[in-house]
Design a binder for this molecule. Structure first.
Ligand code: MRU
Length: 349
């Protein structure tokens, strides 16, 4: 599998997810500003991947800094953290990664580190965030695979795969781990309007892995469930509130309600960095509204008439009552989520 994001010779290199699957091209970011732009414009997307990109973007910005004294260096650091924080609002992994970089900076500065020493600490922290993300996806996969019956027909929404993380994936990590353990699973990938993460990215990843994958348009999911073509649903998350409400790609809520109606388990796979205990419930999660053009156009072709209003919320919130279980790298949480999530978060401290 090609790397989603890589630190290479003091640049940050990302596969351009806007161009997949038609072409596999890479974007090389030489500055923090270029990394921020890559996040905003969806060169890289997916909650954990955005967190890794922000951390690498901060490290890159400080590596390229011309500041000589620690005071000027600290001012620049704050400016770059603010730049990253302004890229996308919903995925909490972004803010989690920025906070981690801030703690690293503070610890290195407190120890009397020079500009060069602080920079080294920031670069190695960004690498650690990357590597830990891959490890946590693997662990999530191992936990999640225990919930997948042999020959399961699995529906997923959006792309929560290697492309959305530093590697292996969250929801697709569960699917990969089940397949690797010998289970004869098949996957239904929701196309995921308007950005088509399911049709373009999930299908691309799974086909490459030799996993039997069928793409459906989003409005086919209900019928597929009623006809018995779905045994379980597994999706990723951009932010999980303390009560277990889950923000994920627009359309996830509808899938969860449908799953409940048809008696199908609805699982969410996400790292602990996606759990936001400071947000009590889903109503407090900021939902990004993206550009109208994602809805009005397909490539350069206009789909909607001039003058029609458009809405483009990129995420929705699934109330925790629809969530059968939340799969994390530290284990599986079930309702009541206030207790189970707090326990899992606490177990790592
Ligand atoms: O707008 P995107 O493509 O960044 O949204 C991605 C999703 O909603 C994913 O399902 C989520 O980030 C989980 S990724 C492991």
């Amino acid at each position: 599998m090609l790397p989603t994001i890589e630190w290479k010779d003091d640049t940050v290199v990302m596969i351009d997810q806007r161009k997949l699957p038609a072409s596999e091209v890479y974007v090389t970011c030489k500055t923090a500003k270029e990394v921020a732009k890559a996040i905003t414009t969806m060169v890289i997307r997916g909650a954990p991947a955005i967190g890794v990109a922000a951390a690498m973007g901060i490290a890159l910005g400080m590596r390229k800094s011309s500041a000589t004294g620690t005071k000027q260096f600290a001012t620049e650091f704050q400016r770059i953290c603010d730049l990253m924080a302004g890229t996308r609002p919903t995925a909490v992994n972004l803010f989690w990664a920025i906070e981690r970089m801030k703690r690293t900076f503070a610890a290195a500065a407190q120890n009397g580190g020079s500009v060069a020493e602080i920079t080294e600490r920031l670069v190695s922290e960004a690498h650690a965030i990357h590597d830990e993300d891959v490890a946590s996806c693997r662990s999530m996969g191992a936990h999640g695979a225990t919930l997948v019956p042999d020959s399961a027909k699995i529906l997923t929404h959006c792309n929560a795969g290697a492309l959305a993380t530093a590697g292996y994936g969250t929801a697709l990590g569960v699917i990969r781990a089940a397949a690797e353990s010998g289970k004869k699973i098949t996957v239904l990938a929701d196309e995921t309007r308007p950005f088509l993460q399911g049709a373009r990215l999930t299908a691309w990843e799974l086909v490459k892995d030799g996993i039997d994958t069928t793409v459906i348009t989003d409005n086919m999911a209900a019928s597929m469930m009623r006809l018995g073509h779905v045994d379980l649903v597994v999706v990723g998350a951009d932010r999980i509130a303390a009560n277990g409400d889950v923000a994920n790609k627009i359309g996830t809520y509808g899938v969860a309600v449908l799953a409940r109606e048809h008696g199908i388990p609805f699982y969410v796979a996400a790292p602990i960095s996606t759990v936001d205990l400071h947000t009590p419930d889903g109503s407090r999660i900021p939902i990004e509204e993206r550009n109208d053009r994602e809805v009005t156009h397909m490539g350069s072709a206009r789909l909607t008439p001039e003058g029609a209003h458009v809405r483009n919320p990129a995420f929705d919130v699934t109330p925790s009552k629809y969530v059968t279980a939340i799969i994390t790298e530290r284990g599986i949480a079930r309702a009541p989520y206030e207790e189970s999530l707090a326990q899992l978060v606490g177990s790592g401290q």
